[in-house]
Ligand binder design. Structure first.
Ligand code: NDP
Length: 243
């Protein structure tokens, strides 16, 4: 039996760094993404350079049927293996003041972050519970703790995911499955490249945006055996920004 890791949104940014971190820990990595095949191929190559296997698994996390089909196909191809580490990282921003927010902007963000978590985690929980070992790490945000103007949809989605993290942790802890969340502040990725980094970094006590690798190191720790007694926790990683 081989334990695999699945990272949603593993093609770019924080997700890619998490794939590489888990590869360094010896996990074969399944890289999910939505549409950027070129970036996903690059992540796959980088993971394989660490000496472990990598597989691409493209599907839209907001599409429950697509998630179910992809995971079913994988399990049928790997009857003796299971996905022991799940990092729910896929996420999008569609920022605007709430007074101008379209239904679509609300639903797109909620569907990706919250429904994506639900569909994939529910599907993978059974084998983690049966095998009595699992690690689930949800990538949330400072925005879901503090609330940020212009991000009512995103703050709501991430806050809901924090609630789900805490509730699920209590359901599955007896079977040695942990469910935790990491809450980054500003991290330098495609998601933040439209922001005014020079202005924003003056508000950050560490004086800079974080790196995807720094978030990945935290995710890696929470996925490790050393973190067995951390469950239902939200760990901020934000350079000292008050949360
Ligand atoms: P990026 O925009 O750099 O990457 C987003 C990733 O998510 C890509 O791999 C993308 O795939 C994937 N993705 C988006 N929508 C879907 C979907 N519907 N189905 C499957 N995959 C999808 O984002 P970051 O790396 O910055 O963010 C990663 C996570 O961290 C997100 O949850 C984000 O909310 C969170 N976060 C980021 C912060 C930051 O400052 N960057 C701060 C706080 C939280 P593809 O390449 O195919 O488009």
């Amino acid at each position: 039996m081989t334990k695999y890791a699945l990272v949603t949104g593993g093609s770019r940014g924080i997700g890619r760094a998490v794939c590489l971190q888990l590869a360094e820990m010896g996990y074969p990595v399944i890289i999910n993404y939505a549409r950027n095949a070129e970036a996903a191929e690059e992540t796959k190559k980088l993971v394989e350079e660490k000496g472990v296997a990598a597989e691409l698994m493209p599907f839209d996390v907001a599409d429950g049927a697509a998630a179910e089909a992809a995971l079913e196909t994988w399990q049928n191809a790997h009857p003796d293996d299971y996905i022991a580490v799940l990092v729910n990282n896929a996420g999008i921003r569609q920022d605007t003041m709430m007074v101008f927010m379209e239904n679509e902007q609300w639903h797109n963000v909620l569907d990706t972050t919250l429904n994506g978590f639900f569909y994939i985690t529910r599907r993978l929980l059974k084998s983690m519970l049966t095998k009595r070992w699992g690690r689930i790490v949800n990538v949330v945000s400072l925005s879901g703790i503090k609330g940020l103007p212009g991000q009512v949809n995103y703050s709501a989605a991430k806050a809901a995911l924090i609630g789900a993290t805490k509730a699920l942790a209590q359901e599955v802890a007896p079977r040695k499955v942990t469910v935790n969340a990491v809450a980054p502040g500003f991290i330098a990725t495609d998601m933040t490249k439209d922001l005014d980094e020079e202005a924003l970094k003056k508000q950050i006590p560490c004086g800079r945006f974080g790196k995807p690798e720094e978030v990945a190191a935290l995710v890696g720790f929470l996925a490790s055996d050393n973190a067995a007694y951390i469950n239902g926790e939200v760990v901020s990683i934000n350079g000292g920004l008050y949360t």
